[in-house]
Design a binder for this molecule. Sequence first.
Ligand SMILES: Cc1cc2nc3c(=O)[nH]c(=O)nc-3n(C[C@H](O)[C@H](O)[C@H](O)COP(=O)(O)OP(=O)(O)OC[C@H]3O[C@@H](n4cnc5c(N)ncnc54)[C@H](O)[C@@H]3O)c2cc1C
Length: 250
Amino acid sequence: MQIYRSPVVTLIARPRFLEPAHLSVQWVGQASDGEKLAEFAGRVCYMSQHNPAKRSTAEYLENIKKQGHGSVIEHAVYVLLIEGVSRSCTHELVRHRAGFGYSQLSQRYVDESHAAFVMPPAVIGDPELEAAWEEQMRIAQDAYVAAVEKLMRRYEWVADKSHRRKMAREAARSVLPNGVETKIVASGNARAWRTMLELRCGEGAEQEIRRMAVAVLRVLQSEAPALFGDFEIYPAEDGAEAARVQYHKV
Ligand SMILES: Cc1cc2nc3c(=O)[nH]c(=O)nc-3n(C[C@H](O)[C@H](O)[C@H](O)COP(=O)(O)OP(=O)(O)OC[C@H]3O[C@@H](n4cnc5c(N)ncnc54)[C@H](O)[C@@H]3O)c2cc1C
């Protein structure tokens, strides 16, 4: 049985900025396409492509965040593949609606007989708790396998085998626990990611989604520091990482 003790977050798509020649910006400093796209959008609002204050992209976007002019950062969309997270974690993630799109592993189509499980942060490190938890996951997985077998027999009359499997799996999955591992592709614009990160990196967030949000933050900070650099990751009193943001809900 595969057990995840931390999430795996991979950036799978980023913005590609195609600067129109007739409105070119006098750029200062280096920036990623997503950051340039946001600056370009902001400069269209005031037709300030000549960059009168000679601001770098980082300085320009700092001011955008300070002013709360958040709509201009909605143009930069980042797509992440998130693995090694539990169904309960993604259930919380998909509550973030504005500016997000999701595609998640289907438990109706995918056989979960060999599914992995995600150990809750609260369990990690206590050998007794870990062993008891692993045992519960094993029991649940065995129950799932047995249920699929029985349901496949019950639905023998269904001629289409893939439909029969789907009917068996969609019922059998009800015995799988919240801790079963899932994979999700989440696309979000920079403003939406910031709102989600602010809520889920906080010390009040549930521990697993907080761990995931901090991992997401690291990926986005390295990709676009001018959009996400005002988040500060710190070790919280409970021993886990959390993050606070300088510019609240831009
Ligand atoms: C610590 C914590 C505990 C939680 N506990 C629970 C719980 O016990 N039960 C539960 O059901 N949920 C719970 N949630 C989820 C929470 O209620 C939100 O659903 C989730 O955080 C998504 O936030 P959001 O709606 O701001 O995000 P998004 O849907 O991404 O929206 C972003 C922002 O857009 C605006 N917006 C979006 N949709 C609308 C709309 N329809 N009308 C007006 N403005 C809109 C709002 O300003 C909103 O903040 C919890 C969240 C956290 C962080």
